[in-house]
Ligand binder design. Sequence first.
Ligand code: BES
Ligand code: MN
Ligand code: ZN
Length: 497
Amino acid sequence: MEISIKSGSPEKQRGACVVVGIFDHRKPSPAAELIDKAANGYLADILRRGDMDGKQGSSLLLHNVPGVSAERVLLIGLGKEREFRDKAYKEAIRTAIRVLGDLGVGEAGLYLTEIPVKKRDLGWNVEQAVLQANDMLYRFDQMKSKPDEHKKPLRKLILGVQRRGEMAQGEAAAARGQAIAAGVKLAKDLGNLPGNICTPTYLADQAKALAKEFGLGIEVMERAEIEKLGMGSFLSVAKGSDEPPRFIVLNHKGGDKKQKPVVLVGKGITFDSGGISLKPAAEMDEMKYDMCGAASVLGALRAAAELKLPLNITGLIATCENMPNGRANKPGDVVTSMSGQTIEILNTDAEGRLILCDALTYAEKLDPACVVDIATLTGACVIALGHVASGLLANDDGLARELLQAGETAADRCWQLPLWDEYQEQLKSNFADMANIGGRPGGTITAACFLSKFAEKYDWAHLDIAGTAWKSGKEKGGTGRPVALLVHFLMKRADAS
Ligand code: BES
Ligand code: MN
Ligand code: ZN
């Protein structure tokens, strides 16, 4: 979808449709006022009659409004002005895009972006409009023999700002939004692809394609090289499947040579059956999404490269299947990680931490500025935080604050859980340096405690995206989270460097 920014005069906007907002109690937004003025009070009449009351979620389509160049004017209810915060704004954009989609309009002028949102600025409004529109227009039908039939999709969206002087800010935000949206789409596509297509080999091929398109450095290691590195924990998971594992290293070299890289580490389990500790059948299909951490690393790198961020960023992806074949891990097995620490595998379904720990040890070689891993790691995180916030745990409070803030500005939030020493007790093993599970209490925290033992040499944070990376039920599908959070985190780092 093409995006452009336009200032003022919605009444002169040509084309199929202009979209303006109406608050509760029939109060027009600034652009709606201008339309009303051009139309000699036509809008005020309609509002007075009560055909549009400004309630959230409502909309009214008008044809041939006098004095207005566009063929149609779409009114969108915004709800109470005092309560016009993130959620109401996003809903308004989504309602507009839904109605435009139903109409089959190819091009529209959206004047909701100029409406002030509590605690946000114009740049945020524009970026969110771009992200929400892309999210609404997203379709995944590449696995269907015939693509789903749709009305003509929205090709072009013109976003309104009130003053000429705001054009540059609007345009920069639109470009940011488009780059993030492309990263989100990549993450969604990879997540939605089934496990028989999106294998570790496929993920590596996608990483190679991305590297080629954006001039990133890439290295893909196969089993022999992973063995040479001594990644015994990662390989113990991989050997339970006939699909070969891959270890992917991607580099965006946007900063100067000596600048330490920000390292992003993604969990890339392309299917998690649980292994010998087999998962129950219900909803097991959703475990194709167990590579969404890896997908978000690729999505974030794509956006960073497109935005040419002046920052060195390295993406590390450990990818394999978790399957129960004759060579699979068994409960009670002890494996030796790349760090030399030994691990008693008490549950083969706690495999994410087994592959991530070796990637975290590998990260030491890179002399990182900091390391952030992203993983669909624990069902417990879904219980703790639901589907709204990703879990955040960190061994450095500064880094945690940066990620909390990035989530806030990106409207892709995370919430910090404690990583206190007291929890480490739960990982004690009678037979190895540690166990790979810590029992049911605080499952998200003990998983992070496990990882922290491999991240002692640098500032490290962990994002548990088990509840946020995809949706279940009727709207089943990848969300592309937390690409937006990661890109905002990287942009801020690039600014500061
Ligand atoms: N990939 C799962 C976590 C998961 C489960 C994400 C459900 C989203 C929804 C992970 O590998 C896993 O199986 N974790 C176990 C850990 C347990 C055995 C300590 C879990 O959460 O049940
Ligand atoms: Mn598992
Ligand atoms: Zn898993």
